[in-house]
Structure formats: structure tokens, C-alpha cells
Design a protein around this ligand. Structure first.
Ligand code: UD1
Length: 421
């Protein structure tokens, strides 16, 4: 297993380009199951989650060719319909194949995802969506078995007790794209990744209106075709890089991003005292002093993203006062706080809130990544800490960040990947 060794307190400078979005690319890859024609996806990030989705599609019998940053996917009529536990347990987003398989073949068998380090993550809204479209669902031996002779459009709400679901909205959109008649989703997730999937489906010939709003209308069509597509840039990676600049008191340029996807994040960076100079598809960010304390509530888009909560917490450990972060999407997503405390942070957890008392320095320590975004938070803390930080279990980081260590090293960080004994 690899670990990252970081010597902190190095200034960063220069320019860094954001990679393609993991969370947009994963459902788009699954949506390729909706047609027997080839789909070419460009500028894909080279990540282990993308490889996991590629191996799931290949395990189903789909032809998958990865050429650097391009992937070609062709799902012939004779592919299988079972997503096995061995793959789904590695990556929850595997359940994105449920909707497309059901829509194309009338059946899908998908392993239930199981536990997750960031707290409970039920799939009830996905199942409810498929049932509304006419699927018969039963759960047996840890697998979801779904069948439908023909999915039929209908009206449904996908708003759960925690608000809208990105995954369920995407899954239902894919299934409804080939259903008979019209589907109306209310309480739909508005995330840019949902819009990107709708645009991809549109490029395949689907008829979808309203993606990006809570009301999405899908007019089912009989056939979808192959297409070429480039997913949106990764707004979470962009936010993580912005914090790398802020936490080291540096100025860097981040290019290739979508500023319209980052409003809530930029607003918080400015509240904390960062100077953000945004232009077209790039921004320059700097922070000349310790960050000001703030209050953050995670919320569905366009609110502040839960996927940047851990990274912002790393920055707030060094603020000049007391901050509060309330996690409204995944209430138990605080394992990073305990690791940050091992580096000298003062964070206490009260229910779904973290109270962060700013300290004037962090000190390097051996810390362990517990999940994808938590591992990014520890790397960021390591960049600012005195002395050496070792972040182990960075396979979590590699799931969702394309060469983060290499990108940071190019900006001037002293960060090295070494093999753990
Ligand atoms: C996606 C993202 C993840 C991000 C999350 C929230 C991918 C691959 N993952 O995850 O990085 O943190 O959106 O922005 O894109 N819920 C239910 N029942 C369901 C489904 C969800 O109650 O059937 C709840 C969840 O527990 C959570 C909330 O709804 O509290 C939002 O989850 P959801 O938007 O579905 O997250 P994912 O799609 O799994």
C-alpha cells in the first residue's frame, strides 16, 4: 500500500489544470449500456473509480477500451445483467448500472453496496424510482433483483428525508430515457453532474428537459445511439486545489474549471479572506494571512458541497477564531476530524456539527485516510503542518483524485509517494 510523505510549510506557485469530473464520468459510463452503438468519452480522469466502473462494464461483457484519457464503450445485445458483489463493494457508484440495464434488457441484478465510512447510505430512492417505472424488485442474498417487461413513464418525487438524491435522479433519468411515455421527476437533484448526464443522454438522442432544476421531464424514446462526449471539469478537485493555495498562504492559478459550478465554494473562500480572481475558465487564488473563521452548512447544490467539507475543515483548523461546520448530507462524515486533532487541531463533534477552534499551527504526524475526501483533507493539513506528515491508506485518495500528489509537487509542495512496508 502506498503512503504520502509530506514536508510541510512549502509555498506553492504556478498553474494547475483541473481534471475531468469523476462524479460526472461514472454515470455517463453506465449510460453507455443504453445502446449497442459505440460511445466515446473524452478527457476522462485516470482514477481507480473509473477503472472500477470500466471493469464492471467489462464483467457484464461490454467492450471497453481505454486509450489514455479516452474511453470507448460498446455494449452489444448479448451482454449480461449482473453487477457482482466483488465490484460493487469496491465502489458504491456501481449501482448506476441498475437503471440502464433494466431499461435495455428488462432485468438487472445488482449487489447491495454495503457499509460506507461516511455513514449510512441507503438505496431506497433508487428502488422506489425503478418501482414507479413499473419494475418488480426483490432483495435476496444481498442482491437487488429488478425486472420489468417494459418500463413505463410516470410522475414521481425523488426527495428523501435528506433532500434530493444525485444517484437516484441519475439512475431514474437513465431508465426513463428508454421508457414508454413521459416521466416527471420532482424533487430532483440539481447538481452539475446530473445536468452533464442529461446532456450526454441528449447527445445519445434522449429527450430530457429541466435538468439542473428540481423538476425534470423525460420523454422516453425507443432507441438511443452512440456519441462522443467530454464530461465537465471536477469542481471538487478545483475546490481542493484552491484550499491547497490558501492553507499554505500561497497564490496559484487553477485552470480548466467551470466557475458557474463553484459559486458557494468561492463565496466561502472569500468569507475566509481569500482573494479570488476569476476569469473565464480559470481563477487565481491567494490568502495572505490566517483564514477568518466561518460557518458552513453542507447542502444539496447550489449549496455548499459535502464533498468539500473535510478539506475546508483542514483550512479552518488554522483560522483566527472558532468555526462551525454542519454536515446535513452525510451526518457521520467526520472521521477526518479525529486525525486532524492528531496534528494539533482543536475540533469537537456535536451531533452533525463540528466546532473548530483555530490554532496557530499544525504539526506533522502519521495519519490515516478513512475515505476519499478525508484523505484530501489530511494531505492539505500536511502541506501546512510543521515537520513531516505521513498519510497512509491513500488508495482512498487515488479513487477520486488524478495524480494529486504529482500536481501538488509541480506547484512546489514537498510531497512524495512511497511504498508502505
Ligand atoms: C453523490 C456523489 C457523492 C456526493 C453525494 C452528495 C457520486 C458517485 N457520488 O453520491 O460524492 O457526496 O452525491 O452530493 O456522484 N439517500 C437516501 N436514499 C437513497 C439515496 C440517497 O436516503 O436511495 C440519502 C443519502 O444517504 C444522503 C442524501 O440522500 O443523505 C444524498 O445522497 P445522494 O445524493 O444520493 O448521494 P450519492 O448519489 O450516493
Amino acid at each position: 500500500m502506498d503512503k504520502l510523505v509530506i514536508k510541510g510549510k512549502k509555498r506553492l506557485s504556478g498553474s494547475v489544470r483541473v481534471s475531468g469530473s469523476k462524479n460526472a464520468t461514472l454515470p455517463i459510463m453506465a449510460a453507455c449500456l443504453l445502446t449497442d452503438q459505440p460511445c466515446r468519452i473524452k478527457n476522462i480522469p485516470e482514477l481507480s473509480d473509473i477503472k472500477t466502473m470500466a471493469s464492471l462494464l467489462a464483467a457484464l461483457g461490454t467492450k471497453v477500451e481505454i486509450n489514455g484519457k479516452e474511453i470507448l464503450i460498446k455494449a452489444n445485445d448479448d451482454i449480461g445483467f449482473e453487477a457482482p458483489y466483488e465490484i460493487v463493494s469496491q465502489m458504491r457508484a456501481s449501482y448506476y448500472v441498475l437503471g440502464p440495464l433494466l431499461a435495455r434488457f428488462g432485468q438487472a441484478k445488482v449487489s447491495l453496496p454495503g457499509g460506507c465510512a461516511i455513514g449510512p447510505r441507503p438505496v431506497d430512492l433508487h428502488l422506489k424510482g425503478m418501482e414507479h417505472l413499473g419494475a418488480q424488485i426483490n432483495i435476496e442474498h444481498g442482491y437487488i433483483n429488478a425486472r420489468a417487461s417494459k418500463l413505463t413513464g410516470t410522475e414521481m418525487t425523488l426527495e428523501g428525508i435528506k433532500g434530493p438524491s444525485v444517484g437516484a435522479t441519475a439512475n431514474v433519468m437513465m431508465a426513463a430515457a428508454k421508457a414508454k411515455g413521459n416521466t416527471v421527476i420532482t424533487g430532483a437533484a440539481c447538481e452539475p453532474e446530473v445536468v452533464d448526464l442529461a446532456n450526454f443522454l441528449g447527445a445519445m438522442g434522449a429527450k430530457i428537459e429541466g435538468a439542473g432544476t428540481p423538476l425534470i421531464k423525460i420523454h422516453g424514446v425507443n432507441e438511443l445511439s452512440g456519441c462522443e462526449y467530454e464530461p465537465i471539469p471536477d469542481r471538487i478537485e478545483a475546490g481542493t486545489l484552491a484550499i491547497a493555495a490558501a492553507i499554505t498562504g500561497s497564490e496559484i492559478e487553477i485552470t480548466g474549471l467551470r466557475l458557474d459550478h463553484m459559486k458557494a465554494v468561492i463565496e466561502q473562500l472569500e468569507t475566509m479572506g481569500c482573494k479570488v480572481n476569476a476569469q473565464n475558465d480559470s481563477l487565481r487564488i491567494s490568502l495572505a494571512r490566517r483564514p477568518a473563521p466561518t460557518e458552513i452548512f453542507t447542502a444539496p447544490y447550489p449549496g455548499f458541497p459535502t464533498d468539500l467539507q473535510a478539506q475546508f475543515m483542514a483550512l479552518l483548523t488554522l483560522s483566527t477564531g472558532t468555526s462551525v461546520i454542519t454536515e446535513n448530507i452525510f451526518e457521520a462524515r467526520f472521521l477526518h476530524a479525529l486525525e486532524l486533532n492528531r496534528m494539533g487541531a482543536k475540533i469537537s463533534i456535536k451531533g452533525n456539527s463540528a466546532v473548530i477552534e483555530g490554532v496557530d499551527k499544525l504539526s506533522g504526524a502519521q495519519v490515516m485516510a478513512s475515505d476519499l475526501r478525508a484523505s484530501a483533507a489530511l494531505v492539505l493539513a500536511g502541506l501546512a503542518a510543521e515537520g513531516e506528515t505521513e498519510v497512509s491508506r491513500i488508495y482512498h485518495l487515488d479513487r477520486g483524485y488524478e495524480n494529486l500528489d504529482v500536481k501538488l509537487a509541480k506547484l512546489g509542495a514537498a510531497i512524495q509517494r512511497v511504498q508502505d512496508e
